[in-house]
Design a protein around this ligand. Structure first.
Ligand SMILES: Cc1cc2nc3c(=O)[nH]c(=O)nc-3n(C[C@H](O)[C@H](O)[C@H](O)COP(=O)(O)OP(=O)(O)OC[C@H]3O[C@@H](n4cnc5c(N)ncnc54)[C@H](O)[C@@H]3O)c2cc1C
Length: 251
């Protein structure tokens, strides 16, 4: 049982966020494991421990960065595959999903885990795209996952409640925060992460070619929120509220 956990390595969300000349987030500094992905790593580890399997961490990142991936290895993942290639600059979600799906195929994954959405890009589309590219079922928004043999059962968070969804392996599962409580890496885990295998791949290694699909043409500051209107109720508030709702075409 091989579980590929997709982990995005992102610039520190607490640090200053700078835009590069191409108007995209400057990712040249230190990167961290996206907190959203620590849940997928923990779930992967728990499922692997219960089934005698192993977790392979998969990440696509600029400049061969591995700091975030080492965090996942320190938690207990067995190995990692990192894809870095200058041709991926400006990669959109579909290009990312194509790369991640290709790695999942290459490592022989039985299951792919992702977060529901990343902290910095948050399109929330990569999991479903990986599933589509692999031709596997996608179990999305999972807030609880169990595995019995090749049978996956997940509680899916939906607006109207929790759905219980079942799927056979192989499948892609996207998890929500809180699906499990991520463990803190132990000192032993941090030390052993330094010697765990991290395979570095280029697009050519995967037999893929990049397509420049996206360009950021402009970035504007978000408009300041305007102060609201306070209506004092001196007996005429109802009429004032109705007039306001009519003015914004709600009524
Ligand atoms: C050279 C280079 C430059 C890049 N520049 C940018 C940039 O400026 N802005 C930006 O947002 N992204 C950038 N990326 C990363 C990539 O383009 C985005 O990850 C991709 O567009 C996915 O968008 P998302 O985060 O909205 O996905 P979502 O669908 O919100 O992500 C859901 C989940 O999918 C998985 N996932 C998503 N992306 C990755 C990844 N890269 N590696 C492993 N797992 C992943 C994670 O589990 C994530 O939580 C760059 C990548 C490279 C290689």
């Amino acid at each position: 049982m091989k579980i590929a956990v997709c982990t995005k390595q992102i610039p520190d969300p607490q640090g200053p966020q700078r835009l590069g000349d191409d108007l995209r987030l400057d990712r040249s500094g230190k990167v961290l494991l996206d907190d959203a992905d620590s849940y997928g790593v923990e779930l992967g580890l728990q499922l692997a421990e219960a089934s005698g399997g192993e977790v392979v961490v998969v990440s696509m990142v600029p400049d061969h960065e591995t700091a975030g991936v080492r965090q996942a290895l320190a938690m207990g993942a067995a190995s990692a595959v990192v894809v870095s290639d200058d041709a991926l600059r400006g990669a959109d979600a579909l290009t990312t999903a194509t790369v991640l799906a290709s790695v999942a195929r290459r490592v022989g994954a039985d299951m792919v885990l992702t977060a529901t959405e990343s902290t910095d890009g948050y399109t929330g589309t990569v999991a479903a795209q990986i599933a589509g590219l692999l031709g596997w079922p996608a179990v999305t928004f999972a807030k609880g996952v169990t595995l019995e043999g090749t049978h996956v059962r997940a509680n899916r968070q939906a607006e109207d409640g929790v759905w219980v969804v079942e799927s056979e392996l192989p499948c892609v599962v996207s998890v929500t925060a809180g699906v499990v409580e991520p463990r803190y890496p132990s000192f032993k885990g941090i030390m052993s992460a330094k010697s765990k295998p991290v395979e570095q791949l280029s697009l050519a290694d995967l037999g893929l070619e990049a397509r420049a699909t996206q360009r950021v043409v402009a970035v504007q500051e978000a408009a300041q929120r305007e102060a609201g209107t306070v209506i004092e109720d001196d007996g005429s508030a109802e009429a004032a509220v109705v007039a306001f709702l009519e003015s914004i075409k709600v009524l």
